[in-house]
Structure formats: C-alpha cells, structure tokens
Design a protein around this ligand. Structure first.
Ligand code: ATP
Length: 325
C-alpha cells in the first residue's frame, strides 16, 4: 500500500496521511498507534469497507502485484477472501443465531465451492487446527455457548476457511485474559508459518508488537511516525514518539508524562489534542523536541534499509522552511 490518504467527506483534513505499508508472504507486520490514529480505517480501505463518511483521497495498493486499490475514489478489486479480517470482539463477528460449524461450512461451500460433505469434514478439521477441543461438539454450539477465547479461535477458523493471502487482525486479543492471549498469539504465528499468509497486526500495545511482529509501523493521528523491523525499532528508535512509547515499556522507568498524557506500559492512550487541519507534524504539540521545522509535514527519512522515520530532528532544515521562519 503506498501513499494512502483518507479524509472525511466534505472536509479538507486528512484522517490518515500518506500511509505506506508492505507485507511480504509469511510476514507479520504491526500497525501500532493510539485510539483514533487511523489503524482500522487504513485496513478497512483495503477491504473496500470504509464507513460512508470516509473517503480515499489518494493511494494505491497491490496484492501479489495485482492492483487492489486505486484511489482517489478507492475502487477495490479483490477476490472474496483474499484479505480477511478478525476483530477484537469475536463473538460479535459471529452470527448469534447460527451454529459455529454451519458458519464455517457456509464459507467453504460458498467461497471455495466445496461439496457439503467435504465442507463438514473440513470445518471440523479447521476447528481442531485452531486448538478447539471437542470440535464436533463445538461445531454444534451457538456463539453464546462459547467463551471469548473459543469464539476468537472459531473466528480464526472461519478466516482460515477463506484461505486468505492477508489476514488483518485488529486487536484480536483485547479483552481476553493473558493466558488466552498468549495462546492466540502462538496460534497466529503457527498459522502464518504453515500457510504463508501475511498478517497485518493492529494493536495499541507495544508489548504485543514485540511478541508478534517482524516489522512495525508506528502511527500517530493518521501519520506514520516510524517504520522498521521490530528489533531495530526497539533498539534504535529514531522518532521522539517511538522513544516515548518505548520508555513507557521499561519497568524501572516511570512513564514520561507530557502535557497531561500518561503512558501505561507501552499501551498507548487516546489522542485528543491533534488539530488535523494544521499542515505540520501531527506529534508536534506533544513533542519535547519541537522546533520551527515541525510546522511543515516531515517526509519519511531513511535510517537503514528497512527503517524510515518522519521527523526533522537531526536533519538539515529544508531551505524553504528556514526562509519562512
Ligand atoms: N464511522 C466513522 N465515520 C467517520 N469517521 C470515523 C468513523 N470511524 C472512525 N472515524 C475517524 O477516523 C479516524 C481514525 O479512526 P480509526 O478507527 O481508524 O482509529 P484506530 O486507530 O483504529 O482506533 P481504535 O484503536 O480506537 O480502533 C478517527 O479520527 C475517527 O474519529
């Protein structure tokens, strides 16, 4: 995905600005950011499922070289199931009036054209594959009869039924207890290794990124602040916002508190103070290093082969900006 910009219809401001994202086969890429930073809208654009008030202003996306999204207007061309998404509240993603097994079987017959008998057996195999004990019994159950963790496993089984090339996992373990969370992480990692699908892992939790992701993009108020391999980001962050997030992860260091914001062990809080109509860096109002250059929108500067960051700090200030200030 390159240069994706999203805006509210009839408004000039951009909700997401110039989002670039690449997923290699079998790779888990994290999109981390606080509530409202645009993680979900960015992925919904790929699915052609943006809410009516939100539109694609610019950007393109391809899937295995084939065009997927061509903005503005954002026409989406994809085969059903090429990209599937799992959400935080798995129970809500399931139809409460239909048995689990039927819901998975329906995908297999409708999307993959499997005969009914074969689909029945495959649905049970998938339920077993995602670690559901007693798959035959669970296939007969309704969603309300399952725990939250079991519902998420069933939703992952349904996602697998599509044989997706890309799985978007939007906060898939929020609300689940830590043991179940760890099991779901293990499951997703195993599935990626097994199927070669790619995962776009959306989260507000940097610790989850450390555990799950090969690479990560850090989003703040619709602007990508930094993108790097996960280890590189943790060891050599270049953006002040990434540094701020990482500092909040360190157990011995009290989280930096800036202008009323608190950070809780790498879990990013909700951002409320951004004026989306201003042209400059969106983190400027919270940045301890803010200077004149930040009135302009910072491009992505390279810090390594797969490491880029959007900040003028430590950079030559472009002549055009120096002249204005
Ligand atoms: N249905 C909608 N119609 C119009 N604007 C929306 C809608 N849903 C979200 N937005 C706006 O789009 C922006 C990005 O929201 P988005 O849901 O993508 O953030 P997010 O990072 O996924 O947050 P969260 O972690 O809370 O899900 C926000 O400014 C939000 O107010």
């Amino acid at each position: 995905m390159s240069g994706l910009s999203l805006g509210l219809k009839h408004h000039d401001e951009l909700l997401v600005r110039d989002l670039n994202l690449t997923l290699e086969r079998g790779e888990i890429v994290g999109l981390v950011g606080e509530s409202g930073s645009g993680k979900t809208m960015g992925s919904l654009a790929l699915l052609g499922l943006l809410p009516p008030a939100v539109e694609v202003r610019a950007g393109e996306a391809t899937l295995d070289g084939a065009p997927l999204l061509a903005g503005p207007g954002g026409a989406v061309h994809r085969r059903t199931g090429d990209i599937t998404m799992i959400f935080q509240n798995a129970r809500a993603a399931l139809n409460p009036t239909l048995r689990i097994g039927f819901q998975i079987r329906r995908v297999l017959t409708a999307v993959r054209g499997m005969p009914r008998r074969e689909a029945e057996a495959e649905a049970l195999r998938l339920l077993g594959r995602v670690g559901i004990p007693g798959a035959a019994r669970v296939a007969q159950a309704y969603p309300h009869q399952l725990s939250g963790g079991m519902c998420q496993r069933a939703v992952i089984a349904m996602a697998l039924a599509f044989q997706p090339r890309v799985l978007i996992a939007d906060e898939p373990t929020t609300g689940l207890d830590v043991t179940v969370q760890a099991q779901i992480f293990d499951l997703l990692r195993d599935l990626v290794a097994e199927t070669g699908s790619s995962v776009l892992f959306i989260t507000h939790d940097l610790a989850a990124v450390a555990e799950m992701c090969d690479r990560v993009s850090v989003l703040f108020a619709g602007q990508v602040m930094e993108t790097a391999e996960t280890v590189e980001l943790f060891e050599r962050p270049r953006h002040p916002y990434s540094e701020f997030l990482l500092a909040s992860l360190a157990p011995e260091a009290p989280a930096p508190v800036e202008q009323g914001q608190t950070a809780d062990a790498g879990v990013v809080a909700e951002e409320k103070g951004v004026d989306f109509s201003l042209p400059g860096c969106r983190f400027a109002h919270r940045c301890p290093h803010v200077f004149d250059a930040c009135k302009e929108f910072p491009p992505m500067f390279p810090a390594g082969e797969r490491h880029h960051y959007s900040c003028f700090l430590g950079r030559e200030i472009p002549v055009v900006i120096a002249a204005r200030s």
